[in-house]
Each structure stands twice: as structure tokens, then as C-alpha cells.
Ligand binder design. Structure first.
Ligand SMILES: O=C(O)C1=C[C@@H](OP(=O)(O)O)[C@@H](O)[C@H](O)C1
Ligand SMILES: C=C(OP(=O)(O)O)C(=O)O
Length: 450
């Protein structure tokens, strides 16, 4: 939903000795896909562990608007009664995807090859993000797109009546674009091909296979050719959503930078296309261990244990790792502020087109907190001040961006004078229990400015 309500300022006070078990919610990427593919299957898909963040709730509402029945049992299990590939009905109202790039881009793909029209909108953040990267390849199927300048939302799509499959090479490393094309390919006869030169998260490919679609992936290094055979009948599934590694990053990083901490974050999905942050933290010298490594619902999973790590050193993050940790750069820059020496992050221009320009948002807030940051279009660097060396005591702008709000609140736990954000409201889009979960570990948060 685009109405966001009054801003909710919040302050994090210096905190030490965070401890306990942090049960983070389900993976956001997998949650969106469960609802969308459930809606495109014939019959009832059941989903447990679905993330009940606003982004995913908006996708659930959108699936209802396209004709699927989506319900939640009292025990938290979600049921999706799908209408089949090509079975979407024309929505009567505008589809409001709120703050969610994943939601709107995947749903546009899912409807693009059904002969119906739909108009999409979102909040001020989403309506400023580029959509041409998705509507361009969708036009190859015969879909028509009418958006604002630069392909921005609000935007109307008219689905192709006689779709032709496409062979698309991604021009940006984006799982959202890849997924939109594959979902559109579901209702095109013949083979839809997506080629990527940098590996991005592969949840769509995995889940399409799980639902019974024919998908082949040929890999050579980071290059992949993904081929989907169109017009399958998708079989409903029982899905158990693993816990989100992108949300787990916040309690893990809080433990690393606050004196005396020891936190366990169980059952975290460690799909290699998502786990880049944890590799990076270990290279920096973080006391971070994987316990009880196992497989759950076809995804590698482990319990993460993070302890206060006063000896972390800045590193040069390999650019080829960027896609596997793209949402984690804001919180990495916070950890880098408490490490010794420089952390250099290159190949990250995609950060400029997320919910906010994340390089600019973090650079401004970190500088206000007393940290030196340099930046160029495609890179940024942070000069670490060592454990206990970050002054803090400033107020950062969240810019309708959940990850920016959470990152500065975590910074405040380790900074000398804490840290405030002007609006913690956006956190509910991806991590609705962030505040109780963190305070349960011993973090001190105060609503309104302290
Ligand atoms: O496919 C997905 O679920 C996502 C892909 C990424 O976006 P891009 O595809 O734009 O890189 C990521 O930033 C987003 O949070 C979730
Ligand atoms: C970029 C993100 O989400 P989305 O693109 O779905 O809005 C994110 O969650 O960090």
C-alpha cells in the first residue's frame, strides 16, 4: 500500500552484551515467489513460514486481484488456490505494490502474456525506480507498456494475446528482471531463454522446477543460460520458507560490533547466491560460525553464531560477489565503520536504484556519525574507526528504505552516542518484528527522539 502513515522516529542507545536466540522471519524473495507461483498453479499450494511483511502482504493482495484465492489459517499457514498459467483475471482496481520492487516486477512478468490489462503503482520510493529494465524484455513477448517518463510507475501493461517466447540477455545483474522474463515465459509457447553473465539469486529457477515446470540451467563460471519450456501445468506445492539471510544480517552484525555479545540466529538460508555478506564478514575476521549445517526445503541452511569481534579489518570486497550480497551493503558499511582500516566496495551501482540511493543515504548518515566515506558512481569506501571508535549521535534519514533505517539503528547500538533515524516505519516492509527481536537480545531502542 502506498500510504505509509506518520513518520516514526527512533533512537538506538549504546548497548552491550547482546545475547540469546534470534528467530528471524521467512525469506522475502521466496515468500513473494511462493504466492505468485501458487497463484499460477492449479489447486491449493500451502506455505508455512511466509514472511508477513508489508511487501509480501501487498503481493498476496495483488494475487487476489488477479483471481487467486489467498487465505491465512489461524496457525499462520497460508493457502493459495491458483488459477493456472494463463488463468489470471483482469483486476478491477489499480495494483498497489507499496514499497516492493520484487513484488511489482515479478507480478508484471506473471501477467504479461495473458490478454488482460493492469495498472501498477506504489509508494514514492517505488514510483521513482526504473521499470524499463522489465518492460523492455516483456515487450519482446508482445506485451505493451504505458508508463511515466523513464518507464516509471504508475504504469499500465496490456498482456500479449499471442505471446512469442524471447531470448533475453540481462543488461543488469537482476534476479527481478530474470524472474519477470521467466514468469512471462510460462504462458508463451516454446522456449524462453534468459542469459546472465553474473550469477543472481536463483529462487525462481528452483521454485519453477519444484512446481513441475521444465527448466534447464547451463552454467559456465558466473555465466548461465536458463531455458524454460512454456505452457506447463504447474502442480501445487507444500512450501516451507527458510529464514531470511538478509534479515539475519542485522542481529548478526549487531553482535559483531557490540562489546560482550554472543547471538545465535537459527535456520538461516545460505543459498550461495545470497550468502556473500557472511563470506565477507569472515574474511574481515568476524567471529561468525555456521553450526548444524543442513538442507531444508531444497535450500542449504545453518544456525549462525556471532560474537563480538574487536579485531575485524577492512577488506576489498570482490565485485563479482556483489549480486550475492546486494541488499547487505548498507549493514556491511556499518560493520566496516567499526573495523580497522578501509573497506572498499566496487561494482555496486545497482545500490543507487534500490528503495533509495543506498550509497548516498549511507554516506550522508555515516558522515554525520563521524565516519569518513568516499564514493563514486559504482563504488564507495568506508574508513573504519575500530571497535568503540564511532561517535554516532546524529539523526539519519531513512528515505522510505527499510534497510537504511535498520542499518543506522544497529550502528547506534555500537556507537558512543547512539544514533537516530527519522522514520523506522519502513522496517515493516521486510522485518516487521525487528524491534521486539532486537530488544529481546538486549538492544536499547527508544521511540521518538531521545
Ligand atoms: O529477486 C528478488 O527477490 C530480489 C532481487 C534483488 O533485486 P534486483 O533484482 O533488482 O537486483 C534484491 O535487491 C531484492 O531485495 C530481492
Ligand atoms: C531492494 C530490496 O527490495 P525490493 O527491490 O523488492 O524493493 C530490499 O529488500 O533490499
Amino acid at each position: 500500500m502506498s500510504s505509509h502513515g506518520a513518520p516514526r522516529p527512533m533512537t538506538a542507545r549504546p548497548s552491550r552484551g547482546l545475547s540469546g536466540v534470534a528467530d528471524v522471519p521467512g525469506d522475502k524473495s521466496i515468500s513473494h515467489r511462493s504466492l505468485i507461483l501458487g497463484a499460477m498453479a492449479v489447486g491449493e499450494t500451502r506455505v508455512t513460514g511466509l514472511l508477513e511483511g508489508q511487501d509480501v502482504l501487498d503481493t498476496a493482495a495483488a494475487m487476489r486481484a488477479f483471481g487467486a484465492e489467498v487465505t491465512r489459517d489461524d496457525d499462520g499457514m497460508w493457502r493459495v488456490y491458483g488459477v493456472g498459467v494463463g488463468g489470471f483475471a483482469e483486476p478491477e482496481q489499480v495494483i498497489d505494490c507499496g514499497n516492493s520492487g520484487t513484488g511489482v516486477r515479478l507480478i508484471m512478468g506473471a501477467m504479461a502474456t495473458t490478454p488482460i490489462a493492469a495498472t501498477f503503482t506504489g509508494d514514492a520510493s517505488l514510483n521513482s525506480r526504473p521499470m524499463g529494465r522489465v518492460t523492455g524484455p516483456l515487450e519482446g513477448f508482445g506485451t505493451q507498456a504505458y508508463g511515466r517518463a523513464g518507464g516509471r510507475l504508475p504504469l499500465t501493461l496490456v498482456g500479449a494475446a499471442d505471446p512469442v517466447p524471447v531470448d533475453h540477455t540481462l543488461s543488469v545483474p537482476s534476479a527481478q528482471v530474470k524472474s519477470a522474463v521467466l514468469l512471462a515465459g510460462l504462458n508463451a509457447p516454446g522456449q524462453t531463454v534468459v542469459r546472465e553473465t553474473e550469477a543472481t539469486r536463483d529462487h525462481t529457477e528452483r521454485m519453477l522446477t519444484q512446481f513441475g515446470a521444465e527448466v534447464s540451467v547451463e552454467r559456465e563460471g558466473a555465466h548461465s543460460v536458463i531455458t524454460l519450456t512454456g505452457q506447463p501445468e504447474l502442480t501445487p506445492q507444500e512450501i516451507v520458507v527458510p529464514r531470511d539471510p538478509s534479515s539475519a544480517a542485522f542481529p548478526v552484525c549487531a553482535a559483531l560490533i557490540t562489546d560482550g555479545s554472543d547471538v545465535l540466529v537459527p535456520g538461516i538460508g545460505l543459498n550461495p547466491t545470497r550468502a556473500g555478506l557472511y563470506e565477507t564478514l569472515r574474511e574481515m575476521g568476524a567471529d561468525l560460525t555456521y553450526e548444524n549445517e543442513r538442507e531444508e526445503a531444497g535450500e542449504p541452511v545453518a544456525d549462525l553464531r556471532a560474537r563480538f569481534s574487536p579485531d575485524m579489518k577492512g577488506i576489498e570486497v570482490p565485485p563479482e560477489r556483489a549480486a550475492s550480497m546486494i541488499d547487505e551493503y548498507p549493514i556491511l558499511s556499518v560493520v566496516a565503520s567499526f573495523a580497522g582500516g578501509e573497506t572498499m566496495m566496487r561494482g555496486v551501482k545497482e545500490l543507487r536504484v534500490k528503495e533509495s540511493d543506498r550509497i548516498d543515504a549511507m554516506a550522508k548518515g555515516l558522515r554525520a556519525a563521524g565516519v569518513t566515506v568516499e564514493e563514486g558512481e559504482d563504488w564507495w569506501s568506508v574508513q573504519g574507526r575500530g571497535p568503540g571508535g564511532v561517535p554516532g549521535g546524529a539523526r539519519a534519514e531513512a528515505r522510505l528504505d527499510h534497510r537504511i533505517a535498520m542499518s543506522f539503528l544497529i550502528l547506534g547500538l555500537g556507537a558512543q552516542k547512539g544514533m537516530s533515524v527519522d522514520d523506522a516505519g519502513p522496517i515493516a516492509t521486510s522485518f516487521p518484528v525487528f524491534e521486539p527481536l532486537m530488544t529481546g537480545l538486549g538492544a536499547q531502542f527508544v521511540r521518538a527522539n531521545a
